[in-house]
Design a protein around this ligand. Structure first.
Ligand code: SAM
Ligand code: SF4
Length: 485
C-alpha cells in the first residue's frame, strides 16, 4: 500500500473512486508533513483516545493506520498536535466523559493554537450532541461519524489546506451507508492479536439500545475479504483473531450469495497458522445448532462464548424486543454446555430497565444461579433519547436500581471466584500479552477460556502460546508457572 500511495499522481484532481481517493489525500498530507518536519525539526504528534467497545477500538486502529502513514508520531499525551476522541454513547456516562475531556482541551488549545481537535464515533451520530459541541465547544475542528471513518484523510486535508483566515468547524456525519471501503492502512495495537470486522451496524432494535440508530443497518463484508484480511494478519504474526459484529449470528444474510456465520467460521478455522479464534457478539435469539457444531469440532475456536442475557425475566425480554424467553435461553445454554462441557460463558446484564419489578430481578438472579457465568458485565439501565424504552413510564427509582445492582454484582463476583477456584491446578495454553506492569519478572496472558494468568517470564514470551499450570486462583485471575513444552 505504501508504494501505491507514494506513486499517486498529485498533478491531477483527486480520484472519485475509493480507496484511491483516500490514497491521494494521504499522499498530499505526507508531502505537507515532510515540510512540517523540516520547519519544526520534529514530526507532528497525534493522540487517539477510544471510548467504548471493540468496534470502536478497531475503528481507532484504522484511524491510527492513516495517521501513521501520513507521518504522525503516536503519543498518549493529550497535549499533542492532533487529538482525536473516538466516542461511545451506549450509556449516558460515556457522553459525560467526553465532555470532561473537551473542557480540558480548551486549555491545551490556548497554549497551542495550531492544535487540531477531532471527534468521531457513535456519539457524533446524535444531532443533539453535534449541536451542543457547535455552541459550547467551538475549539473542535472536525466532527465525523461512524459511517465515514474511511474519509479521515480527506477531512484532515480539508482542514489543513483551508487557507481562509477564519477556519470553520468541519462537520461530516452521515445518517447511514451501504459503503464498505476496504484496503486502507491499519495500525494494530497488538502485533499478535487483532479484531476483524465481519459486519457493521445492527437491525435488532432492542428497545433500550441506541446502537442501531448510530451504527446504521446491518452490512456484512464479503467472506473473501475477511479471509484475505485474516491471511494477511497471520502472515504478519497474528495468532489470535476476534471476529467482530453487533450480532455475528446474523452475518451474511444480506450478501448477494448468503453465507452463514457458521460457514464463515469454518473457513476461518481452515486458515493455516492461525491459532485462536474468538468472536462477539452472539445474540441468543439466532445462535444456530450449526454454529455450536462448528465450535465443538474446532481446535482453534476458543472455548468461550459471550451470550448477552440482558434480563432473566421473559416479561421484560419481550418489552426489550430480545426475541427469546428465560426458558429458551436456559435451553440454549444447556445445549451449548452439552456440546462443550468445558465452555466458559460470559454475559451482559442490565439492571433497572423501565418497569423492572422485584420478581423480574429475581428471574435474572435465578438465571445467574442456573448458568453459573464465568464472568458478567453488569450495567445500570441508562435512558437513551430516541429509543422506545426512553419513552416508557415506570422508570425504576435510583435507590432501588442501586440496591439490585449491588446484589447482582456481589453474586456474579462470587460465582466468578468459585469458578476460578474450581478451574485451578490444571495446565492450560496461555497467549502471553504483556509484561506485568505491577510485578517485575512476571508476564500476563490469557487462556483460551479468556482467564487472565500472571506467571514468571520476560518480554521475549509476548505473542507466544505456552503451557502454564494455573497454581493459585485469586478471585478472577490466576498465578501460574510455565511448564515444559
Ligand atoms: N450487540 C451486542 C448485544 O446484543 O449483546 C451488545 C452491544 S452493546 C454496545 C453492549 C451492552 O451494552 C449490551 O449488551 C447491553 O447490556 C448494554 N447496553 C446497551 N444499551 C444500554 C442502556 N441503554 N443502558 C444500559 N446498558 C445498555
Ligand atoms: Fe443493541 Fe440489541 Fe443491536 Fe446489541 S443486538 S447492538 S443490544 S440493538
Amino acid at each position: 500500500m505504501t508504494k501505491i500511495v507514494e506513486s499517486m499522481d498529485m498533478t491531477v484532481a483527486p480520484p472519485e473512486k475509493e480507496p484511491e481517493r483516500q490514497y491521494y489525500f494521504i499522499r498530499k498530507l505526507q508531502l505537507w508533513m515532510e515540510d512540517k518536519k523540516r520547519e519544526l525539526g520534529r514530526p507532528l504528534t497525534a493522540c487517539v483516545t477510544t471510548f467504548g467497545c471493540q468496534m470502536n477500538a478497531r475503528d481507532s486502529e484504522k484511524i491510527l493506520g492513516i495517521l501513521q502513514m501520513i507521518g504522525y508520531e503516536e503519543t498518549d499525551q493529550e497535549e499533542a498536535d492532533l487529538v482525536l476522541y473516538n466516542t461511545c454513547t451506549v450509556r449516558e456516562n460515556a457522553n459525560l466523559k467526553v465532555y470532561g475531556h473537551l473542557g480540558q482541551l480548551k486549555r491545551y488549545k490556548k497554549k497551542n493554537p495550531e492544535m487540531l481537535t477531532m471527534l468521531c464515533g457513535c456519539m457524533m451520530q446524535e444531532q443533539t450532541v453535534v449541536d451542543k459541541i457547535k455552541t459550547s465547544y467551538r475549539n473542535v475542528d472536525i466532527i465525523f461519524g461512524t459511517h465515514n471513518i474511511f474519509k479521515f484523510a480527506e477531512l484532515l486535508a480539508m482542514r489543513v489546506f483551508d487557507t481562509s483566515a477564519k477556519k470553520r468547524m468541519i462537520v461530516d456525519v452521515w445518517k447511514d451507508t451501504d459503503a464498505i471501503v476496504e484496503e486502507l492502512p491499519i495500525e494494530r495495537k497488538y502485533s499478535f492479536k487483532s479484531g476483524v470486522n465481519i459486519m457493521f451496524g445492527c437491525n435488532n432494535f432492542c428497545s433500550y439500545c441506541i446502537v442501531p440508530y448510530v451504527r446504521g443497518r446491518e452490512r456484512s463484508r464479503e467472506p473473501e475479504e475477511i479471509i484475505r484480511e485474516i491471511r494477511e494478519l497471520v502472515a504478519d504474526g497474528v495468532v489470535e483473531i476476534m471476529l467482530l459484529g453487533q450480532n455475528v449470528n446474523s452475518y451474511g444474510k444480506n450478501l448477494e450469495h448468503p453465507v452463514t456465520f457458521a460457514q464463515l467460521l469454518k473457513q476461518v478455522d481452515e486458515i493455516e497458522g492461525l491459532q485462536r479464534i474468538r468472536f462477539m457478539t452472539s445474540h441468543p435469539k439466532d445462535l444456530s445448532d450449526e454454529l455450536i457444531d462448528v465450535m465443538a469440532h474446532s481446535q482453534k475456536v476458543c472455548r468461550q462464548l459471550h451470550l448477552p442475557l440482558q434480563s432473566g425475566s421473559s416479561r421484560l425480554l419481550k418489552i426489550m424486543n430480545r426475541h427469546y424467553t428465560k426458558e429458551s435461553y436456559l435451553e440454549l445454554v444447556a445445549k451449548i454446555k452439552k456440546a462443550m462441557p468445558d465452555i466458559a460463558l460470559t454475559t451482559d446484564i442490565i439492571v433497572g430497565f423501565p418497569g423492572e419489578t422485584e420478581q423480574d430481578f429475581k428471574d435474572t438472579m435465578d438465571v445467574i444461579e442456573k448458568v453459573q457465568y464465568d464472568s458478567a458485565f453488569t450495567f445500570i439501565y441508562s435512558k437513551r433519547t430516541g429509543t422506545p424504552a426512553a419513552a416508557m413510564e415506570d422508570q425504576v427509582p435510583e435507590e432501588v436500581v442501586k440496591e439490585r445492582f449491588d446484589r447482582l454484582l456481589k453474586r456474579v463476583q462470587e460465582i466468578s471466584a468459585e469458578k476460578t477456584q474450581a478451574g485451578g491446578g490444571v495446565v492450560e495454553d496461555v497467549l502471553v500479552e504483556d509484561v506485568n506492569k505491577q510485578e517485575t519478572g512476571y508476564v500476563t496472558g490469557r487462556t483460551a477460556r479468556n482467564y487472565l494468568v500472571h506467571f514468571p517470564g520476560d518480554a521475549s514470551l509476548i505473542g507466544t502460546i505456552v503451557p502454564v499450570r494455573l497454581c493459585e486462583s485469586k478471585g478472577f485471575y490466576y498465578y501460574g508457572k510455565q511448564c515444559e513444552q
